[in-house]
Ligand binder design. Structure first.
Ligand code: SF4
Length: 430
């Protein structure tokens, strides 16, 4: 199979100047990550210590699942807690005791901080330590923050995984650790590809249950499946594990480069690599070509939101023929997205952080064919005649690896097709 062209050294965006902005931001908070994490971790419960706003966010994001017995909930901080009139730690102990008495299936309890718990400086680390001692060994209690004060929505997953790393048992085994919550069907696909190449043992973080063989040590090598796992990356390196840097597995090219980096680390023969990847690569290319015809020569503008922006800009540019005008990213961690930056052709403005009014002005000035942004910006921009894609859909939809590459291109082409259809209808009616 023909290889994708690589850029000559220095021709990518790794060293281009970054526009850094600090102003008003338009993103969801890290609590959002609970929606996909609770599906992956089948013996976990996420107890948000927050306000009614936090509860509403979770319930509306989780949609229909609130009718089942969900693995998340909110311990509401009442006005007496916020005013310091009640002992919030004692209240929390009471809520946890009631929860654990009712739900015997819980093995891992996450106390999740929010804006209100941060504002009143409720020490959830202390609470987790105290409750862990009380309920060990049958239940482990950990804490992380999903507060919107400092986190963007995908950082909730990062904070959750990072808090688990110091708890993992030590191992001397040479193992591959895949890090990041993927939909089960996608996880099975990549595990199957790796098994066909003879790579193993492979562990996955987060594991579905606490009692798996998940462990970490100096012989562990890890590959991230999501570009927003900076704190988890740092926590794993502190445990002596080594990161396999690679482009992220979006699109055919990104997936092949990702798998090749892992295969090289494990000394997989190039013939075996080709034999295992040729057919899915061909399927991915065909699916992308079908889904992306409407994207060719169109322009795209990314507002900072999911932290997937750089790998997706690389995918849209190199595999779908789009021109990227601006790639806005909440935080740029070159240790993670450096290989994607190397492949992203020079040209777009690379911006980190946000001053939303200034960024909207830049977007209006260029009027891109497609704008990728959060829900709060999408409707106003649509009202101004711009086609938009909600960034959050890119996290909720299976988009990684070969078999999803066509769907990924389809997520971007759908708004353009819809706009074209609407214009056609309006012309017919006019
Ligand atoms: S954590 Fe903060 S931003 Fe998130 S829902 Fe609660 S109050 Fe709102």
């Amino acid at each position: 199979m023909t290889e994708m062209p690589t850029l000559s050294p220095g021709a990518g965006c790794r060293n281009v100047p970054i526009l850094k902005q600090r102003g008003q931001r338009e993103v969801f908070c890290g609590l959002t990550g609970i929606i996909w994490l609770h599906r992956k971790m089948q013996d976990a419960f996420f107890l948000v210590v927050g306000s009614r706003t936090c509860a509403h966010l979770l319930q509306s994001a989780a949609g229909v699942m609130i009718f089942a017995e969900p693995r998340f909930g909110t311990a509401i901080l009442e006005e007496t807690d916020l005013a310091g009139l009640a002992d919030a730690q004692a209240e929390l102990d009471r809520v946890v005791a009631e929860l654990l008495a009712r739900r015997g299936d819980i093995r891992q309890l996450f106390l999740v901080g929010s804006c209100p718990s941060e504002v009143i400086k409720l020490d959830l680390a202390k609470a987790a330590e105290r409750l862990s001692a009380q309920y060990a060994p049958s239940i482990r209690v950990l804490n992380f923050s999903g507060s919107g004060i400092e986190t963007t929505f995908t950082e909730g997953e990062d904070a959750c995984l990072a808090t688990m790393v110091p708890m993992l048992p030590e191992t001397d085994a040479r193992e591959l650790l895949l890090v990041g919550a993927l939909p089960d069907v996608v996880e099975q696909q990549v595990l199957s590809l790796l098994a066909d190449m003879g790579i193993g043992p492979v562990r996955v973080l987060p594991a579905p249950r606490l009692d798996t063989d998940l462990a970490v040590g100096t012989n562990t090598v890890f590959a991230l499946t999501q570009p927003f796992l900076g704190a988890t990356h740092a926590a794993l390196e502190r445990r002596g594990a080594r990161h396999i840097a690679a482009p992220f597995p979006f699109g055919e090219e990104g997936t092949t480069a990702y798998l090749r980096a892992v295969a090289t680390e494990f000394g997989v023969d190039s013939d075996i690599f080709t034999r295992v990847t040729d057919a899915p690569r061909a399927r991915a290319r065909k699916a992308i070509a079908q889904a992306s015809d409407v994207l060719r020569e169109k322009s795209v503008f990314f507002f900072p939101d999911s932290q997937l922006e750089i790998p997706l800009a690389r995918f849209l540019t190199r595999e779908c023929g789009m021109t990227v005008i601006e790639v806005g990213v909440p935080f740029i961690h070159k240790g993670l997205v450096g290989p994607d930056l190397d492949l992203l052709p020079e040209g777009p403005t690379l911006s980190e952080g946000q001053d939303v009014e200034l960024q909207i002005d830049r977007c209006r000035a260029v009027r891109p064919d497609l704008t990728v942004c959060g829900l709060g910006l999408a409707n106003p921009l649509e009202a101004e005649g711009m086609a938009t894609k909600w960034a959050i859909e890119l996290v909720f939809t299976p988009v990684h690896f070969y078999e999803q590459a066509g769907d990924l291109a389809g997520l971007f082409s759908r708004p353009l097709r819809r706009r074209d259809l609407l214009r056609l209808k309006v012309a017919e009616w006019g």
